[in-house]
Write a protein that binds this ligand. Structure first.
Ligand code: ADP
Ligand code: AMP
Length: 240
């Protein structure tokens, strides 16, 4: 059972996925994080994708789908050993119609299903200010915003004491390109999923906690079993 978070860059997918994954007993699967790890490790994949990533363009579908399939295999293997995750919480995938179709095909082969898809809706002007103020801890990946969601002590990660930094693609040129790519290549997927009756939209232009609650309200009936497991984020309502 899998959940997909959709929305433009900066809409809050990563922020919400980090909060929701433990509550819903899903594994946070961010293709952006996987590419950043590959780039940092200077692996063959990382070296191949870095120039594309730095421009703010999308990585070719075949490479992206292969990465996702490998990660789903690992989640399934962990599940077979009785470890917690019930499925994936997709963040940043799929991003093209070809990826969505590939995901449908590979889930069908595996006998798995998408339980729900949530679009986090945020107006364009807010996306730009969120992306330009985003800071990410290079050690643990925790995401902050210099103004909207700062660490308790400026420049120090609350979780691990690292120094949150600006992503290379959160600079003006790549931001513009990424948002344009979203409009042309990814936004059409919303209709694809809406036609299948899987899509719910939530208002992402509200406080982080309110967005989390709105998503839990939206997906609760479809993911009810996992919604009862608590986390350090505070009390979790029983969605059953
Ligand atoms: P995405 O993963 O969709 O690209 P992020 O989760 O990284 O987006 O969020 C982008 C930026 O906006 C980050 O700096 C984050 O701290 C901030 N942010 C996320 N959700 C909200 C919100 N509801 N209100 C204000 N800022 C937010
Ligand atoms: P994100 O962290 O989700 O904003 O992704 C950062 C970058 O990683 C994107 O600008 C792309 O270069 C690459 N990327 C992430 N997810 C995908 C995907 N599903 N398809 C193609 N490229 C992706």
């Amino acid at each position: 059972m899998h959940l997909i978070l959709m929305g433009a860059q900066g809409s809050g997918k990563g922020t919400q996925a980090a909060r929701l994954a433990p509550r819903l007993r899903l594994e946070h699967l961010s293709t952006g994080d996987l590419f950043r790890e590959a780039i940092a490790a200077k692996s063959p994949l990382g070296q191949r994708v870095q120039p594309i990533y730095d421009r703010g363009d999308l990585i070719p579908d075949d490479l992206t789908v292969a990465l996702v399939e490998e990660r789903l295999d690992r989640i399934a293997a962990d599940r077979a050993e009785g470890l917690a995750a019930r499925g994936a919480l997709f963040d940043g995938f799929p991003r093209t119609l070809a990826q969505a179709e590939a995901l449908d095909a590979l889930l069908a082969r595996r006998g798995e299903a998408i339980a729900a898809i949530v679009e986090i809706d945020v107006p364009m002007d807010q996306l730009v200010s969120r992306l330009s103020g985003r800071r990410v801890c290079p050690n643990c990946g925790t995401t902050y915003h210099v103004e909207f969601n700062p660490p308790k002590q400026a420049g120090v990660c609350d979780v691990c004491g690292g120094t949150p930094a600006q992503r290379d693609d959160d600079k003006p040129g790549p931001i513009t390109r990424r948002l344009e790519n979203y409009r042309t290549q990814t936004a059409p997927l919303l209709a694809y999923y809406r036609e299948r009756g899987l899509l719910t939209r939530v208002d992402g232009a509200q406080d982080i906690e309110l967005v989390t609650q709105a998503i839990l309200d939206a997906v609760g009936p479809r993911l009810a079993d996992g919604a009862t497991s608590g986390t350090s984020d505070g009390p979790v309502r029983d969605e059953a």
